[in-house]
Design a protein around this ligand. Structure first.
Ligand code: NAD
Length: 351
Protein backbone atom coordinates (compact mmCIF):
# COMPACT_ATOMS: atom_id res chain seq x y z
CA UNK A 1 0.00 0.00 0.00
CA UNK A 2 0.95 3.67 -0.36
CA UNK A 3 -0.19 5.89 2.49
CA UNK A 4 0.22 9.59 3.25
CA UNK A 5 0.62 10.39 6.96
CA UNK A 6 0.14 14.04 7.91
CA UNK A 7 1.81 14.94 11.20
CA UNK A 8 4.07 11.89 10.74
CA UNK A 9 6.93 13.57 12.64
CA UNK A 10 4.79 13.95 15.78
CA UNK A 11 4.30 11.53 18.65
CA UNK A 12 1.49 9.31 17.31
CA UNK A 13 2.26 10.00 13.64
CA UNK A 14 5.83 8.72 14.00
CA UNK A 15 4.58 5.54 15.71
CA UNK A 16 2.14 5.06 12.83
CA UNK A 17 4.91 5.56 10.25
CA UNK A 18 7.23 3.10 12.03
CA UNK A 19 4.37 0.56 12.19
CA UNK A 20 3.38 0.99 8.53
CA UNK A 21 6.96 0.63 7.27
CA UNK A 22 8.35 -1.95 9.68
CA UNK A 23 5.30 -4.19 10.14
CA UNK A 24 3.06 -3.59 7.10
CA UNK A 25 5.79 -2.95 4.47
CA UNK A 26 3.89 0.15 3.31
CA UNK A 27 5.28 3.04 1.27
CA UNK A 28 4.73 6.20 3.28
CA UNK A 29 4.82 9.90 2.47
CA UNK A 30 4.99 12.07 5.59
CA UNK A 31 3.64 15.59 5.19
CA UNK A 32 4.64 17.63 8.23
CA UNK A 33 5.26 21.31 8.94
CA UNK A 34 7.76 20.42 11.70
CA UNK A 35 6.32 22.70 14.37
CA UNK A 36 7.86 22.57 17.87
CA UNK A 37 6.13 19.15 18.23
CA UNK A 38 7.47 17.65 14.99
CA UNK A 39 10.82 15.89 15.20
CA UNK A 40 12.49 13.92 12.41
CA UNK A 41 14.64 12.19 15.05
CA UNK A 42 11.50 10.21 15.98
CA UNK A 43 11.65 8.67 12.49
CA UNK A 44 15.36 7.73 12.51
CA UNK A 45 14.52 3.99 12.62
CA UNK A 46 12.82 4.17 9.20
CA UNK A 47 14.09 7.36 7.53
CA UNK A 48 16.83 5.45 5.66
CA UNK A 49 14.41 2.95 4.08
CA UNK A 50 13.23 3.11 0.47
CA UNK A 51 9.60 3.13 1.71
CA UNK A 52 10.02 6.46 3.51
CA UNK A 53 9.31 9.81 1.86
CA UNK A 54 9.00 13.22 3.46
CA UNK A 55 7.98 16.74 2.54
CA UNK A 56 7.96 19.67 4.90
CA UNK A 57 4.67 21.41 4.22
CA UNK A 58 1.79 23.03 6.03
CA UNK A 59 -1.52 21.19 5.49
CA UNK A 60 -3.05 24.63 4.87
CA UNK A 61 -1.07 24.81 1.59
CA UNK A 62 -3.77 23.12 -0.48
CA UNK A 63 -2.04 23.28 -3.89
CA UNK A 64 1.32 21.97 -2.57
CA UNK A 65 -0.40 19.14 -0.77
CA UNK A 66 -2.51 18.33 -3.84
CA UNK A 67 0.63 18.18 -6.01
CA UNK A 68 2.28 15.85 -3.50
CA UNK A 69 -0.78 13.57 -3.54
CA UNK A 70 -0.92 13.48 -7.33
CA UNK A 71 2.76 12.56 -7.51
CA UNK A 72 2.75 9.99 -4.68
CA UNK A 73 -0.64 8.45 -5.57
CA UNK A 74 -1.63 7.13 -2.11
CA UNK A 75 -4.46 4.67 -1.47
CA UNK A 76 -5.13 6.31 1.89
CA UNK A 77 -4.43 9.42 3.93
CA UNK A 78 -4.00 9.15 7.69
CA UNK A 79 -4.53 12.69 8.95
CA UNK A 80 -2.76 13.30 12.27
CA UNK A 81 -1.30 16.80 11.76
CA UNK A 82 -2.67 19.01 14.51
CA UNK A 83 -1.94 21.33 17.35
CA UNK A 84 -2.45 18.89 20.19
CA UNK A 85 -1.77 20.40 23.60
CA UNK A 86 -4.74 21.62 25.68
CA UNK A 87 -2.70 24.05 27.82
CA UNK A 88 -1.29 25.76 24.71
CA UNK A 89 -4.81 26.08 23.30
CA UNK A 90 -5.91 27.86 26.48
CA UNK A 91 -2.99 30.31 26.19
CA UNK A 92 -3.62 31.03 22.50
CA UNK A 93 -6.16 29.30 20.29
CA UNK A 94 -5.23 30.85 16.92
CA UNK A 95 -2.86 28.07 15.78
CA UNK A 96 -5.47 25.48 16.83
CA UNK A 97 -8.17 27.09 14.71
CA UNK A 98 -5.75 27.48 11.82
CA UNK A 99 -4.26 23.99 11.72
CA UNK A 100 -7.02 21.85 13.19
CA UNK A 101 -9.97 23.49 11.43
CA UNK A 102 -8.64 25.40 8.39
CA UNK A 103 -5.88 22.82 7.85
CA UNK A 104 -8.33 19.92 7.92
CA UNK A 105 -10.61 21.75 5.49
CA UNK A 106 -7.63 22.35 3.18
CA UNK A 107 -6.56 18.69 3.35
CA UNK A 108 -10.10 17.44 2.71
CA UNK A 109 -10.24 19.65 -0.37
CA UNK A 110 -6.85 18.41 -1.60
CA UNK A 111 -8.00 14.80 -1.03
CA UNK A 112 -11.30 15.38 -2.83
CA UNK A 113 -9.55 16.89 -5.85
CA UNK A 114 -6.87 14.17 -5.85
CA UNK A 115 -9.51 11.42 -5.72
CA UNK A 116 -11.17 12.95 -8.78
CA UNK A 117 -7.98 12.12 -10.74
CA UNK A 118 -8.25 8.38 -9.90
CA UNK A 119 -9.98 5.72 -11.97
CA UNK A 120 -13.26 4.36 -10.57
CA UNK A 121 -11.75 1.35 -8.74
CA UNK A 122 -8.97 3.37 -7.14
CA UNK A 123 -11.40 6.15 -6.15
CA UNK A 124 -13.63 3.51 -4.56
CA UNK A 125 -10.76 1.98 -2.58
CA UNK A 126 -9.37 5.34 -1.40
CA UNK A 127 -9.71 6.16 2.33
CA UNK A 128 -9.31 9.39 4.31
CA UNK A 129 -8.81 8.58 8.02
CA UNK A 130 -9.29 11.63 10.21
CA UNK A 131 -7.62 11.02 13.59
CA UNK A 132 -9.37 12.71 16.48
CA UNK A 133 -9.76 12.57 20.23
CA UNK A 134 -12.25 11.43 22.87
CA UNK A 135 -12.08 14.99 24.25
CA UNK A 136 -14.70 16.05 21.66
CA UNK A 137 -17.29 14.23 23.80
CA UNK A 138 -16.64 16.44 26.85
CA UNK A 139 -16.59 15.10 30.38
CA UNK A 140 -18.12 12.00 32.01
CA UNK A 141 -19.29 11.64 35.61
CA UNK A 142 -18.18 8.59 37.59
CA UNK A 143 -20.17 6.21 35.40
CA UNK A 144 -20.57 5.37 31.73
CA UNK A 145 -18.32 5.24 28.69
CA UNK A 146 -18.09 7.29 25.49
CA UNK A 147 -19.57 5.35 22.57
CA UNK A 148 -19.66 6.28 18.88
CA UNK A 149 -23.15 7.69 19.57
CA UNK A 150 -22.08 10.03 22.40
CA UNK A 151 -22.94 13.64 21.65
CA UNK A 152 -20.32 16.34 21.19
CA UNK A 153 -19.62 18.63 24.14
CA UNK A 154 -16.01 19.89 23.90
CA UNK A 155 -14.61 21.98 26.77
CA UNK A 156 -11.25 23.41 25.64
CA UNK A 157 -10.22 25.38 22.55
CA UNK A 158 -8.25 22.26 21.54
CA UNK A 159 -11.19 19.87 21.79
CA UNK A 160 -13.54 22.41 20.18
CA UNK A 161 -11.17 22.73 17.21
CA UNK A 162 -10.97 18.94 16.89
CA UNK A 163 -14.78 18.68 17.13
CA UNK A 164 -15.10 21.21 14.30
CA UNK A 165 -12.65 19.21 12.18
CA UNK A 166 -14.60 15.96 12.83
CA UNK A 167 -17.76 17.66 11.53
CA UNK A 168 -15.93 18.90 8.43
CA UNK A 169 -14.60 15.39 7.77
CA UNK A 170 -18.09 13.81 7.93
CA UNK A 171 -19.51 16.65 5.82
CA UNK A 172 -16.98 15.86 3.07
CA UNK A 173 -18.20 12.26 3.19
CA UNK A 174 -21.90 13.11 3.04
CA UNK A 175 -21.65 16.00 0.60
CA UNK A 176 -18.83 14.95 -1.74
CA UNK A 177 -18.72 11.17 -1.20
CA UNK A 178 -15.13 11.29 0.08
CA UNK A 179 -14.55 7.91 1.82
CA UNK A 180 -13.87 9.43 5.24
CA UNK A 181 -13.48 7.51 8.50
CA UNK A 182 -13.19 9.34 11.84
CA UNK A 183 -11.42 7.87 14.87
CA UNK A 184 -11.74 9.19 18.43
CA UNK A 185 -9.00 7.93 20.69
CA UNK A 186 -8.23 8.22 24.38
CA UNK A 187 -4.96 9.58 25.86
CA UNK A 188 -1.86 8.02 24.33
CA UNK A 189 1.47 7.37 26.02
CA UNK A 190 4.78 5.85 24.98
CA UNK A 191 8.20 6.66 23.56
CA UNK A 192 8.86 9.91 21.61
CA UNK A 193 6.05 11.91 23.27
CA UNK A 194 6.82 15.62 23.51
CA UNK A 195 7.67 16.43 27.15
CA UNK A 196 4.83 18.87 27.73
CA UNK A 197 2.30 16.04 28.11
CA UNK A 198 1.61 14.51 31.55
CA UNK A 199 3.60 11.26 31.42
CA UNK A 200 6.88 12.45 29.80
CA UNK A 201 6.75 15.71 31.78
CA UNK A 202 6.55 13.77 35.06
CA UNK A 203 9.25 11.29 34.03
CA UNK A 204 11.72 13.98 32.97
CA UNK A 205 11.02 16.20 35.96
CA UNK A 206 11.53 13.19 38.25
CA UNK A 207 14.77 12.27 36.44
CA UNK A 208 16.02 15.79 37.13
CA UNK A 209 14.75 15.93 40.73
CA UNK A 210 12.25 18.69 39.87
CA UNK A 211 8.75 19.18 41.24
CA UNK A 212 5.92 17.07 39.76
CA UNK A 213 3.03 19.51 39.18
CA UNK A 214 -0.46 17.97 39.24
CA UNK A 215 -3.56 19.99 38.40
CA UNK A 216 -6.16 20.40 41.19
CA UNK A 217 -6.22 17.39 43.51
CA UNK A 218 -5.17 14.91 40.80
CA UNK A 219 -8.56 13.18 40.67
CA UNK A 220 -9.20 13.79 36.95
CA UNK A 221 -9.46 10.42 35.22
CA UNK A 222 -8.04 9.60 31.79
CA UNK A 223 -8.24 6.37 29.79
CA UNK A 224 -4.72 5.47 28.63
CA UNK A 225 -3.69 3.65 25.46
CA UNK A 226 -0.17 2.71 24.41
CA UNK A 227 0.75 4.55 21.22
CA UNK A 228 1.74 1.32 19.42
CA UNK A 229 -1.77 -0.05 20.01
CA UNK A 230 -3.18 3.15 18.50
CA UNK A 231 -0.83 2.81 15.51
CA UNK A 232 -2.05 -0.78 14.90
CA UNK A 233 -5.65 0.38 15.12
CA UNK A 234 -5.08 3.11 12.53
CA UNK A 235 -3.32 0.69 10.14
CA UNK A 236 -6.28 -1.68 10.43
CA UNK A 237 -8.84 1.09 9.97
CA UNK A 238 -7.05 2.46 6.87
CA UNK A 239 -7.13 -1.02 5.32
CA UNK A 240 -10.53 -2.34 6.47
CA UNK A 241 -12.58 0.51 8.02
CA UNK A 242 -15.99 1.40 6.60
CA UNK A 243 -16.31 4.79 4.84
CA UNK A 244 -18.59 7.11 6.80
CA UNK A 245 -17.97 5.21 10.06
CA UNK A 246 -16.56 6.41 13.34
CA UNK A 247 -14.42 4.19 15.55
CA UNK A 248 -13.62 4.85 19.19
CA UNK A 249 -10.13 3.67 20.17
CA UNK A 250 -9.25 3.05 23.80
CA UNK A 251 -7.42 0.68 26.11
CA UNK A 252 -9.83 0.32 29.05
CA UNK A 253 -7.14 1.72 31.33
CA UNK A 254 -8.80 4.37 33.47
CA UNK A 255 -6.44 6.02 35.93
CA UNK A 256 -6.59 9.28 37.87
CA UNK A 257 -3.69 11.65 37.17
CA UNK A 258 -2.49 11.15 40.74
CA UNK A 259 -2.47 7.36 40.28
CA UNK A 260 -0.40 7.72 37.10
CA UNK A 261 2.13 10.03 38.76
CA UNK A 262 2.41 7.81 41.83
CA UNK A 263 3.01 4.85 39.55
CA UNK A 264 5.75 6.73 37.69
CA UNK A 265 7.32 7.59 41.06
CA UNK A 266 7.27 3.93 42.11
CA UNK A 267 8.97 2.90 38.84
CA UNK A 268 11.56 5.66 39.30
CA UNK A 269 12.19 4.48 42.89
CA UNK A 270 13.10 1.11 41.40
CA UNK A 271 15.13 2.32 38.41
CA UNK A 272 16.81 5.34 40.04
CA UNK A 273 16.70 4.85 43.84
CA UNK A 274 17.03 8.04 45.92
CA UNK A 275 17.33 8.65 49.66
CA UNK A 276 13.62 9.64 49.76
CA UNK A 277 10.81 8.36 47.48
CA UNK A 278 10.19 10.32 44.25
CA UNK A 279 6.59 10.96 45.35
CA UNK A 280 7.97 13.67 47.68
CA UNK A 281 8.34 15.81 44.51
CA UNK A 282 4.55 15.90 43.89
CA UNK A 283 3.02 19.40 44.06
CA UNK A 284 -0.68 20.19 43.55
CA UNK A 285 -1.10 23.33 41.41
CA UNK A 286 -4.04 25.53 40.45
CA UNK A 287 -6.46 23.53 38.27
CA UNK A 288 -6.67 23.93 34.50
CA UNK A 289 -9.74 26.01 33.54
CA UNK A 290 -12.49 23.85 32.04
CA UNK A 291 -10.65 20.69 33.16
CA UNK A 292 -12.77 17.65 32.18
CA UNK A 293 -13.35 15.28 35.12
CA UNK A 294 -13.29 11.93 33.37
CA UNK A 295 -12.84 10.36 29.93
CA UNK A 296 -13.46 6.67 29.25
CA UNK A 297 -13.80 4.97 25.88
CA UNK A 298 -15.90 2.01 24.80
CA UNK A 299 -13.90 0.42 21.95
CA UNK A 300 -16.39 -2.45 21.42
CA UNK A 301 -17.13 -1.51 17.79
CA UNK A 302 -13.47 -1.53 16.74
CA UNK A 303 -12.82 -4.74 18.67
CA UNK A 304 -15.78 -6.60 17.15
CA UNK A 305 -15.89 -5.17 13.65
CA UNK A 306 -12.17 -5.17 12.89
CA UNK A 307 -10.83 -7.61 15.51
CA UNK A 308 -8.53 -5.06 17.13
CA UNK A 309 -7.44 -5.53 20.75
CA UNK A 310 -5.10 -3.39 22.83
CA UNK A 311 -2.04 -5.53 23.51
CA UNK A 312 0.00 -3.43 25.91
CA UNK A 313 -1.04 -3.66 29.54
CA UNK A 314 -0.80 -0.21 31.21
CA UNK A 315 1.56 -1.25 34.00
CA UNK A 316 4.16 -2.83 31.70
CA UNK A 317 3.66 -0.11 29.05
CA UNK A 318 4.31 2.61 31.60
CA UNK A 319 7.39 0.80 32.91
CA UNK A 320 8.80 0.53 29.35
CA UNK A 321 7.99 4.21 28.73
CA UNK A 322 9.81 5.40 31.87
CA UNK A 323 12.79 3.22 30.94
CA UNK A 324 12.76 4.50 27.35
CA UNK A 325 12.96 8.13 28.48
CA UNK A 326 15.75 7.30 30.94
CA UNK A 327 17.71 5.45 28.23
CA UNK A 328 17.21 7.99 25.43
CA UNK A 329 18.33 11.47 26.49
CA UNK A 330 19.70 11.88 22.91
CA UNK A 331 16.06 12.32 21.86
CA UNK A 332 14.68 14.60 24.59
CA UNK A 333 17.88 16.46 25.61
CA UNK A 334 17.92 18.77 22.55
CA UNK A 335 14.22 19.58 23.06
CA UNK A 336 14.92 21.24 26.40
CA UNK A 337 16.66 24.05 24.48
CA UNK A 338 13.58 24.92 22.44
CA UNK A 339 10.88 23.87 24.89
CA UNK A 340 8.43 26.69 25.58
CA UNK A 341 6.50 25.79 28.71
CA UNK A 342 2.75 26.37 28.58
CA UNK A 343 1.67 28.81 31.27
CA UNK A 344 -0.76 27.05 33.62
CA UNK A 345 1.55 24.32 34.91
CA UNK A 346 3.85 26.80 36.68
CA UNK A 347 5.74 24.57 39.06
CA UNK A 348 8.74 22.52 38.01
CA UNK A 349 8.59 22.94 34.26
CA UNK A 350 10.80 20.76 32.11
CA UNK A 351 13.29 23.43 30.97
P1 NAD B 1 1.88 15.99 18.21
O1 NAD B 1 1.66 17.38 18.71
O2 NAD B 1 2.91 15.15 18.89
O3 NAD B 1 2.25 16.01 16.66
C1 NAD B 1 1.57 16.82 15.75
C2 NAD B 1 2.35 16.81 14.45
O4 NAD B 1 1.64 17.62 13.49
C3 NAD B 1 3.76 17.42 14.57
O5 NAD B 1 4.68 16.61 13.88
C4 NAD B 1 3.62 18.78 13.90
O6 NAD B 1 4.83 19.24 13.31
C5 NAD B 1 2.56 18.49 12.84
N1 NAD B 1 1.83 19.70 12.44
C6 NAD B 1 1.26 20.63 13.25
N2 NAD B 1 0.68 21.59 12.52
C7 NAD B 1 0.86 21.26 11.21
C8 NAD B 1 0.47 21.85 9.97
N3 NAD B 1 -0.22 23.00 9.94
N4 NAD B 1 0.81 21.23 8.83
C9 NAD B 1 1.51 20.07 8.86
N5 NAD B 1 1.93 19.48 9.98
C10 NAD B 1 1.59 20.06 11.15
O7 NAD B 1 0.46 15.30 18.28
P2 NAD B 1 0.07 13.80 18.63
O8 NAD B 1 -0.04 13.67 20.10
O9 NAD B 1 0.96 12.88 17.89
O10 NAD B 1 -1.41 13.74 18.03
C11 NAD B 1 -1.63 13.41 16.66
C12 NAD B 1 -3.11 13.45 16.37
O11 NAD B 1 -3.79 12.54 17.22
C13 NAD B 1 -3.75 14.81 16.61
O12 NAD B 1 -4.71 15.03 15.61
C14 NAD B 1 -4.42 14.66 17.97
O13 NAD B 1 -5.55 15.50 18.06
C15 NAD B 1 -4.82 13.21 17.93
N6 NAD B 1 -4.91 12.55 19.24
C16 NAD B 1 -3.89 12.63 20.14
C17 NAD B 1 -3.99 11.97 21.36
C18 NAD B 1 -2.86 11.99 22.38
O14 NAD B 1 -3.02 11.48 23.48
N7 NAD B 1 -1.70 12.55 22.05
C19 NAD B 1 -5.14 11.25 21.66
C20 NAD B 1 -6.16 11.18 20.72
C21 NAD B 1 -6.04 11.83 19.51
Amino acid sequence: MRIVVTGGAGFIGSAVVRHLIQVCDTHVLVIDKLTYAGNLASLSAVAHTSQFNFIRADICETERVLNALVQFRPQAILHLAAESHVDRSINGAADFVQTNIVGTFSLLEAARRYRATLDADAADAFRFVHVSTDEVYGSLSNEGLFTEESSYDPSSPYSASKAASDHLAFAWHRTYGLPVIVTNCSNNYGAFQYPEKLIPLMILNAVQGRALPIYGNGSNVRDWLHVDDHARALGLIAAHGRPGARYNVGGRNERSNLQVVNQICAIMDELMPMAAPHSRLIRFVEDRPGHDARYAIDAFKLEHELGWQAQEDFESGLYKTVKWFMDNPWWWGPLSERFEPPLPRRVGQFV
